[in-house]
Design a protein around this ligand. Structure first.
Ligand code: ADP
Length: 630
């Protein structure tokens, strides 16, 4: 028989599974039970809408069989099953191809990430088995098939006479356990109590019975020490979905285990919320905030959404309408009796009940985040580190429409103690004479702190918010104000930090040097709007500021976007009147050496650009200017 090769990435993953040093090998069982449950879900769902299926909820089961002689564990389900093509496709390739292109520097971490993030479910069987055999027969098909593999070498598929003695349709998976070694004891998985324990721990909520024949020793009547063995088929799981249980019955571990199993995360969630809602709309919900952003979170591939159940039946894997984009990181599920089973995707979008649920869930998430912010700052900062950017994008979306909902969730690094602050904290400690909320934008915190324009603001005793990523500035532009305070870039031309006297002195000096500014301006035609004196500079000779709404940082971001329209900030080249460089310029103006002034103007302009971390237009010219003037 022909042995087929695994798709390259599957092979890589399999190899990693087989040689896994992952400590939780026991999770193979929950993965296989979960697959079985999904397969039953599919057929059950069909049975509800199609009478010809002819099955009732009570007909479905997942069956476990342990065989110590053969060292096998068999998992059988009477779900939807797989055709030959589906066996080939589902077990020979990884659906999320490309997902293995991530860092594998740290072996343990890599293992956990893989097992965690990519629904490797089925392959986890190879963590404990040396050979895996799958019999499957798709519901409604005549032919059963057998798939078999001993690992990376490949797999075979052939026709099979039957799939199982227990059921005509569905899937049976036989694991032949690997030999025990010094490090690993696989035989423990052949013990009833161990399997009972694992089902309770990871799969208790599975809504179909997970059954196993359990052997009990019973004292023979009339004897003191003679026993009979009695074998009973028992259901190991309680079958009550976790979300239907009382919060008081559940431990943190229950919630965490459920999350990790259901949403394929190798780390426990950062926070969870269990909701039983009654009122305009009744629903139960489990909401989770992951501890880390998924590897594809900030890409197009990421799909938001909550699992949606109508009265305990899964009707949609990822219902996007239940979550606004800015909370797209939330994982979880919603179960409502008020939803119809037969509802189509299109109808669901307009469903009034669903809209009410979505609204209520949004409020719950918001309140929970605020609660964490107020009660556990450290945790909140971790949350914000992982998902804060998404909140900021949320403020920018829909023309700032969600500002009221989101502004209290923001954190920014501030010049005060170099810590993260909320906008309320900033405003509350503003000195009385401070009118605006100041911020400085740039590429990195280090570069921002070194900006000459921050000096004067800090000298006044004002706090500055640092914006090291472009969305920061766009977010506050969209908000326009916070508690009636304007946001002001330290690079704004109209910063207005001076007293009346200082203004007057500056004005006088400006008048005196009018011709100097005109000459410089001519040299910088099309680059800056004007050249002016500034009182904001302390140690630096020049800086660039901007007039109007568009700052230099925003210009940089917008122009980096792949569109044809380019924008240009209105720039002002500001000179420090106390700097020796200015004296030199002033002297040249007296000598009416306009040629030299123009050269200096270009030099200073480029210098200012460099300080802003902007590219200079003509580095060669800049270099020769320096040489010439030296
Ligand atoms: P995932 O479950 O995350 O999709 P798996 O590797 O566990 O990934 O399974 C791959 C696919 O194989 C599943 O999506 C499903 O289509 C199919 N499959 C696995 N187990 C079964 C089963 N017991 N019955 C039917 N189909 C199954």
């Amino acid at each position: 028989m022909e042995t087929k090769a695994f798709q390259a990435e599957s092979k890589k993953l399999l190899d990693m599974m087989i040689h896994s040093i992952y400590t939780h090998k026991e999770i193979f069982l929950r993965e296989l039970i979960s697959n079985a449950s999904d397969a039953i879900d599919k057929l059950y769902f069909r049975s509800l809408t199609d009478d010809s299926v002819g099955l009732n909820k009570g007909d479905f089961f997942i069956r476990l069989d342990l065989n110590k002689t053969d060292r096998t564990i068999t998992i059988t389900d009477n779900g939807i099953g797989m055709t030959a093509e589906e066996l080939e496709h589902n077990l020979g390739t990884i659906a999320s191809s490309g997902s293995l292109k991530f860092k594998t520097d740290n072996k343990l971490d890599a293992d956990q990430q893989i097992i965690g993030q990519f629904g490797v479910g089925f392959y986890s069987a190879f963590m404990v088995a040396k050979r895996v055999t799958v019999y499957s027969r798709a519901f409604g098909e005549e032919q059963a098939y057998k798939w078999q593999s001993e690992g990376v070498e490949g797999y075979t598929i052939e026709e099979a006479d039957s799939m199982s003695d227990l059921t005509k349709h569905g899937t049976k998976i036989i694991l032949e356990l690997a030999e025990d070694s010094d490090e690993e004891n696989y035989s423990e998985f052949l013990e009833d109590f161990r399997i009972q324990h694992l089902v309770k721990k990871y799969s208790d909520y599975i809504r179909f019975p997970v059954q196993m024949e359990i052997t009990h020793r019973k004292l023979r009547e009339g004897t003191q020490d003679e026993y009979d063995l009695e074998v009973n088929l028992e259901t190991l799981n309680s079958m009550t979905p976790l979300w239907r249980k009382n919060r008081s019955e559940l431990t943190e571990d229950d919630y965490h285990n459920f999350y990790q199993e259901k949403f394929n995360d190798y780390m426990p969630p950062m926070a969870y919320k269990h909701v039983h809602n009654e009122g305009a709309v009744s629903y139960d919900a489990l909401l989770y905030i992951p501890s880390k952003a998924p590897f594809d979170y900030y890409t197009r591939d990421y799909e938001k959404g909550l699992q949606l159940y109508a009265n305990g039946v899964l009707i949609m894997e990822k219902c996007a309408d239940l979550l606004p984009d800015y909370y797209s990181f939330v994982k979880g599920l919603v179960d409502s009796e008020d939803l119809s089973l037969n509802i189509s995707r299109e109808m669901l979008q307009h469903d009034r009940q669903l809209k009410l649920i979505a609204k209520s869930i949004e409020k719950t998430i918001h309140n929970e985040l605020i609660r964490i912010l107020n009660n556990d700052r450290e945790k909140y900062e971790k949350f914000f580190d992982a998902f804060g950017t998404q909140i900021k994008y949320g403020i920018c979306s829909d023309y700032g429409m969600h500002k009221d909902e989101l502004q209290d969730l923001l954190l920014f690094t501030s010049s005060k103690e170099d810590k993260l602050v909320t906008l309320s904290e900033y405003v509350e400690r503003m000195p009385e004479d401070q009118k605006d909320i100041y911020y400085a934008a740039g590429n990195t915190l280090e570069q921002i702190k070194a900006l000459p324009q921050t000096e004067a603001v800090l000298a006044k005793g004002y706090e500055i918010l640092y914006f090291p990523i472009p969305v920061d500035e766009f977010a506050v532009k969209n908000m326009m104000t916070f508690k009636d305070k304007n946001f002001k870039s330290v690079t704004a031309a109209d910063l207005d930090l001076n007293t009346e006297e200082e203004k007057k002195a500056l004005e006088e000096k400006s008048q005196e040097n009018k011709s100097l500014f005109e000459t410089m301006q001519k040299a910088l035609e099309g680059k800056v709007e004007r050249v002016a004196l500034s009182s904001r500079l302390k140690s630096h000779p020049v800086c660039l500021t901007s007039e109007g709404d568009l700052t230099l940082e925003m210009e940089k971001t917008l122009n980096a976007m792949p569109t044809d329209t380019k924008v240009q900030a209105k720039l002002v080249l500001e000179l420090n009147p106390e700097h020796p460089v200015f004296e030199k310029l002033s002297a040249l103006d007296q000598e009416t050496d306009s040629e030299k002034i123009q050269k200096y103007a270009k030099l200073l302009y480029n210098q200012a650009l460099l300080m802003e971390n902007m590219p200079i237009e003509n580095p060669a010219e800049f270099s020769s200017l320096i040489c010439e003037l030296m």
